[in-house]
Design a protein around this ligand. Structure first.
Ligand code: FNR
Length: 338
Protein backbone atom coordinates (compact mmCIF):
# COMPACT_ATOMS: atom_id res chain seq x y z
CA UNK A 1 0.00 0.00 0.00
CA UNK A 2 1.60 3.24 -1.15
CA UNK A 3 0.49 6.90 -1.26
CA UNK A 4 -1.50 8.47 1.58
CA UNK A 5 -1.44 5.56 4.00
CA UNK A 6 -3.14 7.55 6.72
CA UNK A 7 -6.55 7.46 4.96
CA UNK A 8 -6.51 3.72 5.57
CA UNK A 9 -6.97 4.43 9.29
CA UNK A 10 -9.80 6.98 9.04
CA UNK A 11 -13.37 6.11 10.01
CA UNK A 12 -12.53 2.59 11.01
CA UNK A 13 -13.66 0.29 13.79
CA UNK A 14 -10.73 -1.85 14.72
CA UNK A 15 -10.11 -5.06 16.64
CA UNK A 16 -7.36 -4.26 19.19
CA UNK A 17 -4.26 -6.44 19.55
CA UNK A 18 -4.75 -9.09 22.23
CA UNK A 19 -2.13 -11.65 23.16
CA UNK A 20 -3.39 -15.22 22.69
CA UNK A 21 -6.87 -14.03 21.72
CA UNK A 22 -6.05 -12.63 18.29
CA UNK A 23 -4.98 -15.71 16.43
CA UNK A 24 -6.43 -16.25 12.93
CA UNK A 25 -9.88 -17.68 13.89
CA UNK A 26 -10.73 -14.75 16.16
CA UNK A 27 -9.51 -12.15 13.68
CA UNK A 28 -11.63 -13.65 10.89
CA UNK A 29 -14.63 -13.75 13.20
CA UNK A 30 -14.20 -10.04 13.98
CA UNK A 31 -14.00 -9.29 10.25
CA UNK A 32 -17.17 -11.30 9.60
CA UNK A 33 -18.99 -9.24 12.22
CA UNK A 34 -17.88 -5.94 10.72
CA UNK A 35 -14.48 -4.95 12.09
CA UNK A 36 -12.74 -2.89 9.39
CA UNK A 37 -9.19 -3.64 10.51
CA UNK A 38 -7.84 -6.38 12.79
CA UNK A 39 -4.59 -6.36 14.73
CA UNK A 40 -2.52 -9.46 15.39
CA UNK A 41 -1.49 -10.29 18.91
CA UNK A 42 1.86 -8.74 19.81
CA UNK A 43 4.71 -10.82 18.40
CA UNK A 44 8.26 -10.14 19.53
CA UNK A 45 10.73 -9.30 16.74
CA UNK A 46 13.12 -12.11 17.76
CA UNK A 47 10.40 -14.68 17.07
CA UNK A 48 9.86 -13.56 13.50
CA UNK A 49 13.61 -13.45 12.91
CA UNK A 50 13.93 -17.10 13.87
CA UNK A 51 10.94 -18.27 11.83
CA UNK A 52 10.45 -19.96 8.49
CA UNK A 53 7.69 -18.67 6.22
CA UNK A 54 5.74 -21.58 4.77
CA UNK A 55 2.75 -21.80 2.48
CA UNK A 56 0.22 -24.24 3.88
CA UNK A 57 -1.63 -25.50 0.81
CA UNK A 58 -4.09 -27.62 2.74
CA UNK A 59 -5.33 -24.82 5.00
CA UNK A 60 -4.77 -22.04 2.46
CA UNK A 61 -2.65 -20.11 4.94
CA UNK A 62 0.79 -18.59 5.27
CA UNK A 63 2.48 -19.95 8.40
CA UNK A 64 5.49 -18.60 10.26
CA UNK A 65 7.06 -21.54 12.02
CA UNK A 66 9.72 -21.39 14.72
CA UNK A 67 12.88 -22.89 13.23
CA UNK A 68 14.08 -24.17 16.58
CA UNK A 69 11.03 -25.94 18.01
CA UNK A 70 8.59 -26.11 15.07
CA UNK A 71 5.88 -24.14 16.90
CA UNK A 72 3.49 -21.88 15.03
CA UNK A 73 4.29 -18.20 15.54
CA UNK A 74 1.85 -16.54 13.16
CA UNK A 75 -0.76 -17.84 10.73
CA UNK A 76 -2.56 -15.64 8.24
CA UNK A 77 -4.57 -16.02 5.02
CA UNK A 78 -5.57 -14.10 1.89
CA UNK A 79 -8.96 -13.09 3.34
CA UNK A 80 -7.35 -10.76 5.89
CA UNK A 81 -4.30 -9.64 3.91
CA UNK A 82 -5.59 -6.11 3.30
CA UNK A 83 -7.00 -5.73 6.81
CA UNK A 84 -4.43 -7.10 9.20
CA UNK A 85 -1.95 -4.99 11.08
CA UNK A 86 0.94 -6.98 12.45
CA UNK A 87 1.88 -5.77 15.94
CA UNK A 88 5.51 -6.08 16.81
CA UNK A 89 7.16 -6.02 20.24
CA UNK A 90 10.62 -4.52 19.96
CA UNK A 91 13.34 -2.42 21.55
CA UNK A 92 15.75 -2.43 18.62
CA UNK A 93 15.42 -0.42 15.39
CA UNK A 94 17.45 -2.85 13.26
CA UNK A 95 15.71 -5.98 14.51
CA UNK A 96 12.30 -4.36 14.18
CA UNK A 97 12.99 -3.32 10.57
CA UNK A 98 14.19 -6.79 9.67
CA UNK A 99 11.17 -8.48 11.26
CA UNK A 100 8.82 -6.01 9.54
CA UNK A 101 10.38 -6.67 6.15
CA UNK A 102 9.94 -10.42 6.63
CA UNK A 103 6.15 -10.18 7.18
CA UNK A 104 5.56 -7.20 4.87
CA UNK A 105 4.18 -9.16 1.95
CA UNK A 106 1.55 -10.88 4.09
CA UNK A 107 0.08 -7.96 6.05
CA UNK A 108 -1.44 -4.49 5.54
CA UNK A 109 0.65 -2.64 8.09
CA UNK A 110 3.07 -2.80 11.01
CA UNK A 111 2.22 -1.52 14.49
CA UNK A 112 4.77 -1.00 17.24
CA UNK A 113 3.61 -1.85 20.76
CA UNK A 114 4.54 1.11 22.95
CA UNK A 115 2.03 0.44 25.72
CA UNK A 116 2.57 -3.03 27.15
CA UNK A 117 2.96 -2.72 30.94
CA UNK A 118 4.19 -6.27 31.56
CA UNK A 119 7.50 -6.75 33.35
CA UNK A 120 8.85 -8.91 30.51
CA UNK A 121 8.33 -6.09 28.00
CA UNK A 122 9.48 -3.20 30.14
CA UNK A 123 12.62 -4.94 31.39
CA UNK A 124 13.57 -5.65 27.77
CA UNK A 125 13.08 -2.00 26.77
CA UNK A 126 9.90 -2.88 24.80
CA UNK A 127 6.25 -1.87 25.15
CA UNK A 128 5.64 1.02 27.55
CA UNK A 129 9.40 1.32 28.19
CA UNK A 130 9.52 3.14 24.84
CA UNK A 131 7.30 5.88 26.29
CA UNK A 132 10.25 6.97 28.40
CA UNK A 133 12.79 6.49 25.62
CA UNK A 134 11.64 8.84 22.89
CA UNK A 135 14.89 8.71 20.85
CA UNK A 136 14.64 4.93 20.57
CA UNK A 137 10.91 5.03 19.81
CA UNK A 138 11.61 7.49 16.95
CA UNK A 139 14.51 5.39 15.64
CA UNK A 140 12.34 2.29 15.58
CA UNK A 141 9.64 4.04 13.56
CA UNK A 142 12.15 5.51 11.09
CA UNK A 143 14.05 2.29 10.74
CA UNK A 144 10.92 0.25 9.94
CA UNK A 145 9.70 2.92 7.54
CA UNK A 146 12.95 2.78 5.60
CA UNK A 147 12.55 -0.93 5.17
CA UNK A 148 8.86 -1.37 4.24
CA UNK A 149 6.28 0.17 1.90
CA UNK A 150 3.25 -0.59 4.06
CA UNK A 151 2.02 1.86 6.76
CA UNK A 152 3.69 1.92 10.15
CA UNK A 153 1.70 2.84 13.27
CA UNK A 154 2.20 2.77 17.02
CA UNK A 155 0.01 2.12 20.03
CA UNK A 156 0.68 4.02 23.23
CA UNK A 157 -0.70 4.61 26.70
CA UNK A 158 -1.12 8.15 28.02
CA UNK A 159 1.55 9.59 30.33
CA UNK A 160 0.69 11.25 33.65
CA UNK A 161 1.33 14.63 32.07
CA UNK A 162 -0.87 15.55 29.11
CA UNK A 163 1.61 17.89 27.44
CA UNK A 164 4.30 15.19 27.62
CA UNK A 165 1.88 12.76 26.01
CA UNK A 166 1.21 15.29 23.30
CA UNK A 167 4.94 15.82 22.71
CA UNK A 168 5.45 12.09 22.41
CA UNK A 169 2.61 11.80 19.89
CA UNK A 170 3.92 14.71 17.83
CA UNK A 171 7.37 13.14 17.74
CA UNK A 172 5.78 9.93 16.47
CA UNK A 173 3.93 11.88 13.81
CA UNK A 174 7.16 13.57 12.73
CA UNK A 175 8.93 10.22 12.61
CA UNK A 176 6.38 9.08 10.05
CA UNK A 177 3.69 6.95 11.65
CA UNK A 178 0.51 6.84 9.55
CA UNK A 179 -1.73 6.71 12.64
CA UNK A 180 -1.42 6.45 16.39
CA UNK A 181 -3.59 4.48 18.80
CA UNK A 182 -3.98 6.02 22.24
CA UNK A 183 -5.12 3.90 25.17
CA UNK A 184 -6.33 6.43 27.74
CA UNK A 185 -4.72 4.84 30.80
CA UNK A 186 -1.26 5.32 32.22
CA UNK A 187 1.25 2.54 32.75
CA UNK A 188 0.16 2.18 36.37
CA UNK A 189 -3.56 2.20 35.71
CA UNK A 190 -5.54 -1.01 35.39
CA UNK A 191 -8.59 -1.77 33.23
CA UNK A 192 -11.01 -0.87 36.06
CA UNK A 193 -9.66 2.69 36.18
CA UNK A 194 -11.57 5.16 34.08
CA UNK A 195 -10.20 5.91 30.64
CA UNK A 196 -8.84 9.42 30.10
CA UNK A 197 -11.08 10.24 27.16
CA UNK A 198 -10.38 13.97 27.38
CA UNK A 199 -6.63 13.40 26.93
CA UNK A 200 -7.32 11.32 23.82
CA UNK A 201 -9.58 14.11 22.54
CA UNK A 202 -6.83 16.67 23.07
CA UNK A 203 -4.31 14.53 21.19
CA UNK A 204 -6.73 14.04 18.29
CA UNK A 205 -7.28 17.80 18.12
CA UNK A 206 -3.54 18.48 17.89
CA UNK A 207 -2.34 15.91 15.35
CA UNK A 208 -2.84 15.72 11.59
CA UNK A 209 -2.61 11.95 11.33
CA UNK A 210 -5.58 9.80 12.38
CA UNK A 211 -5.77 9.14 16.10
CA UNK A 212 -7.38 5.85 17.09
CA UNK A 213 -9.11 5.96 20.48
CA UNK A 214 -8.77 2.93 22.73
CA UNK A 215 -9.64 1.99 26.28
CA UNK A 216 -13.40 2.41 26.12
CA UNK A 217 -14.56 -1.17 26.70
CA UNK A 218 -15.86 -0.56 30.25
CA UNK A 219 -18.60 1.49 28.61
CA UNK A 220 -19.07 -0.58 25.46
CA UNK A 221 -21.90 -3.05 25.60
CA UNK A 222 -23.31 -2.64 22.11
CA UNK A 223 -22.42 -1.15 18.73
CA UNK A 224 -23.89 2.29 19.50
CA UNK A 225 -21.49 2.57 22.45
CA UNK A 226 -18.57 2.37 20.01
CA UNK A 227 -20.03 5.35 18.16
CA UNK A 228 -20.50 7.20 21.45
CA UNK A 229 -16.83 6.62 22.33
CA UNK A 230 -15.93 8.09 18.94
CA UNK A 231 -18.13 11.10 19.59
CA UNK A 232 -16.62 11.71 23.04
CA UNK A 233 -13.00 11.36 21.93
CA UNK A 234 -13.50 13.04 18.53
CA UNK A 235 -11.07 10.56 17.01
CA UNK A 236 -10.85 9.30 13.44
CA UNK A 237 -11.28 5.70 14.48
CA UNK A 238 -12.02 3.43 17.42
CA UNK A 239 -10.19 0.34 18.59
CA UNK A 240 -11.96 -2.22 20.79
CA UNK A 241 -10.33 -4.95 22.89
CA UNK A 242 -12.27 -6.44 25.85
CA UNK A 243 -15.77 -5.75 24.54
CA UNK A 244 -14.82 -7.76 21.43
CA UNK A 245 -13.08 -10.45 23.45
CA UNK A 246 -16.30 -11.02 25.41
CA UNK A 247 -18.56 -10.97 22.36
CA UNK A 248 -16.98 -10.42 18.94
CA UNK A 249 -20.36 -9.57 17.41
CA UNK A 250 -20.03 -6.16 19.11
CA UNK A 251 -18.91 -5.04 15.62
CA UNK A 252 -22.44 -5.75 14.32
CA UNK A 253 -25.32 -3.34 14.66
CA UNK A 254 -27.19 -6.11 16.48
CA UNK A 255 -25.11 -8.11 18.91
CA UNK A 256 -25.61 -11.88 18.66
CA UNK A 257 -26.16 -14.38 21.48
CA UNK A 258 -22.83 -15.63 22.82
CA UNK A 259 -23.59 -19.21 21.80
CA UNK A 260 -23.81 -18.19 18.14
CA UNK A 261 -20.49 -16.38 18.46
CA UNK A 262 -18.78 -19.36 20.08
CA UNK A 263 -20.10 -21.70 17.39
CA UNK A 264 -18.87 -19.41 14.62
CA UNK A 265 -15.52 -19.15 16.39
CA UNK A 266 -15.24 -22.94 16.70
CA UNK A 267 -15.94 -23.38 12.99
CA UNK A 268 -12.91 -21.21 12.25
CA UNK A 269 -10.84 -23.00 14.88
CA UNK A 270 -11.65 -26.28 13.10
CA UNK A 271 -11.10 -24.85 9.62
CA UNK A 272 -7.70 -23.44 10.50
CA UNK A 273 -6.65 -26.29 12.78
CA UNK A 274 -6.14 -23.85 15.61
CA UNK A 275 -4.05 -25.12 18.51
CA UNK A 276 -6.25 -26.68 21.18
CA UNK A 277 -4.85 -24.73 24.18
CA UNK A 278 -5.37 -21.50 22.27
CA UNK A 279 -8.92 -22.44 21.26
CA UNK A 280 -9.76 -23.35 24.84
CA UNK A 281 -8.29 -20.08 26.13
CA UNK A 282 -10.35 -18.05 23.65
CA UNK A 283 -13.64 -19.82 24.39
CA UNK A 284 -12.95 -19.54 28.12
CA UNK A 285 -12.37 -15.78 27.70
CA UNK A 286 -15.76 -15.51 26.04
CA UNK A 287 -17.58 -17.64 28.63
CA UNK A 288 -16.46 -15.70 31.72
CA UNK A 289 -19.19 -16.26 34.42
CA UNK A 290 -20.80 -18.94 32.27
CA UNK A 291 -17.95 -21.24 33.26
CA UNK A 292 -20.05 -21.83 36.40
CA UNK A 293 -22.97 -23.29 34.42
CA UNK A 294 -23.25 -27.08 33.90
CA UNK A 295 -21.95 -26.76 30.32
CA UNK A 296 -19.25 -24.36 31.47
CA UNK A 297 -18.02 -26.95 33.95
CA UNK A 298 -17.97 -29.65 31.26
CA UNK A 299 -16.08 -27.23 29.04
CA UNK A 300 -13.38 -26.74 31.68
CA UNK A 301 -12.74 -30.49 31.65
CA UNK A 302 -12.26 -30.77 27.87
CA UNK A 303 -8.91 -32.02 26.68
CA UNK A 304 -9.18 -31.65 22.94
CA UNK A 305 -10.95 -29.69 20.23
CA UNK A 306 -13.49 -32.40 19.48
CA UNK A 307 -14.70 -32.40 23.08
CA UNK A 308 -15.22 -28.64 22.99
CA UNK A 309 -17.02 -28.86 19.65
CA UNK A 310 -19.35 -31.57 20.96
CA UNK A 311 -20.56 -29.18 23.66
CA UNK A 312 -21.71 -26.75 20.96
CA UNK A 313 -23.17 -29.37 18.59
CA UNK A 314 -20.23 -29.30 16.21
CA UNK A 315 -18.67 -32.67 17.02
CA UNK A 316 -19.57 -34.28 13.73
CA UNK A 317 -18.32 -31.32 11.72
CA UNK A 318 -15.04 -31.36 13.65
CA UNK A 319 -14.46 -35.11 13.06
CA UNK A 320 -15.35 -34.79 9.40
CA UNK A 321 -12.93 -31.92 8.79
CA UNK A 322 -10.19 -33.70 10.70
CA UNK A 323 -10.67 -36.81 8.52
CA UNK A 324 -10.50 -34.70 5.38
CA UNK A 325 -7.32 -32.99 6.50
CA UNK A 326 -5.82 -36.30 7.50
CA UNK A 327 -6.56 -37.73 4.07
CA UNK A 328 -4.56 -34.85 2.64
CA UNK A 329 -1.64 -35.83 4.82
CA UNK A 330 -1.96 -33.24 7.55
CA UNK A 331 -1.27 -33.89 11.21
CA UNK A 332 -4.41 -32.42 12.78
CA UNK A 333 -5.08 -31.13 16.27
CA UNK A 334 -7.75 -33.66 17.19
CA UNK A 335 -5.85 -36.50 15.54
CA UNK A 336 -5.79 -38.45 18.82
CA UNK A 337 -9.53 -38.90 18.54
CA UNK A 338 -9.67 -40.44 15.09
C1 FNR B 1 -4.49 -6.65 25.65
N1 FNR B 1 -3.86 -5.48 25.23
C2 FNR B 1 -2.80 -5.54 24.35
N2 FNR B 1 -2.27 -4.38 23.83
C3 FNR B 1 -1.30 -4.44 22.89
O1 FNR B 1 -0.88 -3.38 22.42
N3 FNR B 1 -0.80 -5.64 22.48
C4 FNR B 1 -1.25 -6.82 22.96
O2 FNR B 1 -0.80 -7.90 22.52
C5 FNR B 1 -2.27 -6.78 23.96
N4 FNR B 1 -2.76 -7.94 24.53
C6 FNR B 1 -3.91 -7.91 25.30
C7 FNR B 1 -4.53 -9.10 25.68
C8 FNR B 1 -5.75 -9.06 26.35
C9 FNR B 1 -6.43 -10.35 26.73
C10 FNR B 1 -6.33 -7.81 26.70
C11 FNR B 1 -7.64 -7.75 27.43
C12 FNR B 1 -5.69 -6.64 26.36
C13 FNR B 1 -4.46 -4.17 25.54
C14 FNR B 1 -5.62 -3.86 24.59
O3 FNR B 1 -5.21 -3.86 23.24
C15 FNR B 1 -6.26 -2.51 24.93
O4 FNR B 1 -5.31 -1.50 24.82
C16 FNR B 1 -6.87 -2.46 26.32
O5 FNR B 1 -7.56 -3.66 26.65
C17 FNR B 1 -7.85 -1.29 26.45
O6 FNR B 1 -8.88 -1.37 25.49
P1 FNR B 1 -10.38 -1.87 25.86
O7 FNR B 1 -10.25 -3.25 26.43
O8 FNR B 1 -10.90 -0.92 26.88
O9 FNR B 1 -11.14 -1.82 24.56
Amino acid sequence: MKGDCSSFFRNKIILAPMVRMNTLPFRLLALDYGADIVFSEEIIDHKILKSDRRINDILGTVDYIDKTDGSLIFRTCAREKDKIIFQIGTSCPERAAKAASIVEKDVAGIDINMGCPKHFSISGGMGAALLSNLPNACSIVRSIKQEVQIPVTCKIRVLEDTSETLNFCKAMEESGVSAITVHGRTLKERPQHSNRDSVIREIAANLSIPVIANGGSNNIDRYEDILKFKEVTKCSSIMVARAAQFNASIFRKNKLPLDDVIKAYLRYAIKYDNLFPNTKYCVQSMLRDLQETPRGKLFLETQNLLQICELWGLGEHCSQMASEYKLQGMLVQCEVLL
